[in-house]
Write a new protein. Structure first.
Length: 281
């Protein structure tokens, strides 16, 4: 049987990735490009998206970037349309854009209406908007891979959030549970069109998102007051993960590349934890 080298895994495929200007989305975009895909990078921060596209091009790949707010369906559609007109098609769609809560999250103990509005609007409705923009094209081609970035925080709760630290993380957890259920239901809808829909559930990564979670833990826990956000993160990793180490954007990108590849042709409707074993369901 012929074997394919990793740099050929996604050769000829075109991918779109939301929220890819930094953090996990950037890592996913770079891994997909390193596996041979053309990657159209978007973020609400258009400059950040452009700089990731430049990184891909500097490494010899093909890319394109746009400023896209996933809460605005028109902005997603014009990005998808411009990607198709430049590269002819889209094979892979990664809905990654997400927020932990509304601005000021790190200092607050309890959620407010803006936390619900933003986590629902971006993490759930934004993910739905992204699929809505791309599925007509994939259905027409009877081919496509959709990968949603959820979180192991959307699984059954394991003492997170800690009641002693208020309820600030609840809107996020609810939004990520919704992202997993959305993945299951969309997979049922799109299977007949040969479109696979899966989720990746990252564990804990040192991105600006987890930095604000660590700062929130410190603000609400007097015993942590002398520690840096990074030290709080490191303790959390040691205590929660059988493998004892944090995940990286590249780890998440590798799982996405697998689900986007023909090796995963029979996998749909699944949510894959990439979390060092922290939560096992
Ligand atoms: N960091 C973690 O430990 C962790 C764990 C589990 C899941 N996740 C999920 O992974 C995804 C990426 O997280 P991250 O840690 O890289 O976060 P991050 O905050 O570092 O990056 C998020 C990116 O999304 C962009 N974004 C925010 N709102 C947007 C909008 N309305 N439209 C388009 N782009 C928007 C931001 O500009 C930013 O570039 C999120 O869905 C997050 O919930 C992260």
């Amino acid at each position: 049987m012929a074997s394919t080298s990793m740099s050929e895994q996604l050769r000829g495929d075109v991918a779109v990735v939301t929220g890819a200007g930094r953090g996990i989305g950037r890592g996913i975009a770079l891994v997909l490009a390193s596996r041979g895909a053309t990657v159209s990078v978007s973020d609400i921060d258009g400059d950040a998206a452009a700089s990731v596209a430049s990184e891909i091009e500097a490494a010899g790949g093909r890319s394109h970037s746009a400023a896209v707010d996933v809460t605005d369906p028109a902005s997603i559609s014009s990005w998808v349309d411009s990607t198709i007109s430049e590269f002819d098609k889209v094979d892979i769609c990664v809905a990654n854009a997400g927020v932990i809560g509304a601005p000021g999250f790190a200092e607050r103990r309890d959620y407010g209406p803006d936390d619900w509005r933003m986590t629902w609007g971006i993490n759930v409705q934004g993910m739905v908007n992204t699929a809505d923009a791309i599925t007509p094209h994939m259905m027409e081609r009877r081919h496509g891979k959709i990968i949603n970035i959820a979180s192991h925080g959307g699984r059954a709760p394991r003492g997170v959030p800690d009641p002693g630290r208020g309820n600030i993380q609840i809107p996020y957890g609810v939004s990520k549970a919704a992202a997993i259920q959305w993945t299951h239901l969309l997979a049922i809808q799109l299977g007949q069109y040969n479109i696979n829909v899966n989720a990746v559930c990252p564990g804990r990564l040192w991105t600006p998102m987890w930095e604000s979670i660590a700062l929130n833990h410190r603000a609400l826990t007097p015993e942590l007051s002398d520690l840096s956000a990074r030290e709080i993160f490191d303790i959390n990793i040691r205590q929660s993960m059988p493998l004892g180490r944090e995940q990286t954007p590249e780890d998440i990108g590798k799982a996405v590349a697998f689900l986007a590849s023909e090796d995963a042709a029979q996998i749909t409707g699944q949510a894959l934890n990439v979390n060092g074993g922290a939560i096992m369901n």
